[in-house]
Design a protein around this ligand. Structure first.
Ligand code: KG4
Ligand code: ZN
Length: 331
């Protein structure tokens, strides 16, 4: 079964052709990162305009790379949320139009399901599993008993982890997106700043705004005293607290649910500090740790095509009345 998948929930316009939920036939990702970097973050209005300009070109290129025509496609999968509403609407309207014109089934896909199923493109998912989804927009712990069954154990109550990284990066003077730069600096510094361990409770929820504010306050206080902070040490102290709480709650979930498979997905899955800490903990507890290739960690349509196949098998179909949603639970 060939699925044409469309992803436009944030600042990547992406289209893929995926065979049977695991074979990537073609993928095109057009990132708007360079444009948004000028503003220090994603500007929603600009993002949707750029999606409008590019979406048909990206579809054409994905089909031509696959050496296929719309008539060779069996179904259309699209991210309908969560994400930036204006951005989502562009992908969704395009998908609905194609489904209508070519008379193909339309499969609604939750963006987080996509991030999890990115792994299916590398190796078939093994169940039960726990998924830690960490990106610029999400921080979630999810339990999956079988294909396309999601139980959310917890999520962030405020900032997503990538968002906190980007804000901390900005306050210590690094350009957007600062997450990877903070990660790099963290390995050049020492854990010298006293920062709080965020939301260290029994729940599987996270909270990063307190930690982020602690960094901002410290930087401002030092500036008022005429002191400079040591960027490397601040990056290291911040990263240690983030990695510590993510690792602690993830390992607790694996134990409580008696699960031996852990998937880490989303842009922050690239974080070396997090990878190192989870690898070490998983080795000790005999857990099978799976982290997708980098190109599948950040937003892309291949992951939506992979998830879409299992959504289709479960019977998920949408009509032309499907609407984009900025927030929706993963079910
Ligand atoms: O998954 P993604 O491309 O987009 C969203 O769905 O949000 O994730 C992008 C986020 C950005 O916040 C970026 O700073 C962060 O992932 N990120 C990192 C690293 N690489 C990317 N954060 C920390 N360490 C990294 N190495
Ligand atoms: Zn994402």
């Amino acid at each position: 079964m060939y699925i044409l998948a469309i992803e436009s929930s944030c600042d990547e316009t992406s289209v893929s052709v995926i065979k049977d939920g695991h074979e990537e036939v073609s993928t095109v990702v057009l990132s708007q990162m360079d444009t948004h970097a000028n503003y220090g973050g994603v500007v929603p209005e600009i993002a949707s305009r750029m999606h409008v300009e590019n979406i048909t070109l990206v579809i054409d290129e994905a089909l031509s790379k696959a050496n296929m025509k719309m008539n060779d496609i069996d179904a259309i999968a699209v991210t309908y949320g969560p994400g930036l509403i204006g951005s989502l609407l562009v992908g969704l309207m395009t998908a609905k139009t194609l489904a209508y014109i070519y008379n193909k089934p339309l499969i609604p896909v939750h963006h987080i399901a996509g991030h999890i199923y990115a792994n299916n493109l590398v190796k078939r998912l093994e169940f039960p599993l726990i998924a830690l989804v960490v990106s610029g927009g999400h921080t979630e712990l999810i339990y999956m008993k079988e294909d396309y069954s999601f139980e959310k154990l917890g999520s962030t109550l405020d900032d997503a982890v990538g968002e906190a990284y980007d804000k901390v990066a900005r306050v210590i003077g690094l350009p957007y997106p600062g997450g990877p730069l903070v990660d790099k600096l963290a390995f050049e510094g020492a854990d010298t700043y006293k920062l709080p361990l965020p939301l260290d409770d029994d729940s599987y929820n996270f909270s990063f705004s307190g930690l982020k504010s602690a960094v901002i306050n410290l930087v401002h206080n030092e500036m008022q005293r005429g002191n400079e902070i040591v960027k490397e040490n601040m990056a290291c102290s911040f990263q240690n607290r983030v990695v510590e709480i993510l690792t602690k709650k993830t390992m607790k979930a694996l134990k409580e649910y008696d699960v031996k498979n852990l998937i880490v997905a989303g842009g922050v899955a690239a974080n070396k500090g997090l990878r190192d800490a989870l690898s070490k903990a998983c080795l000790k507890e005999n857990i099978n740790l799976i982290i997708p290739k980098m190109k599948y960690c950040t937003d892309n349509a291949a992951m939506i095509g992979a998830a879409g196949y299992y959504a289709y098998k479960r019977g998920d179909r949408a009509g032309l009345d499907l609407n984009a949603k900025a927030t929706i639970p993963l079910k």
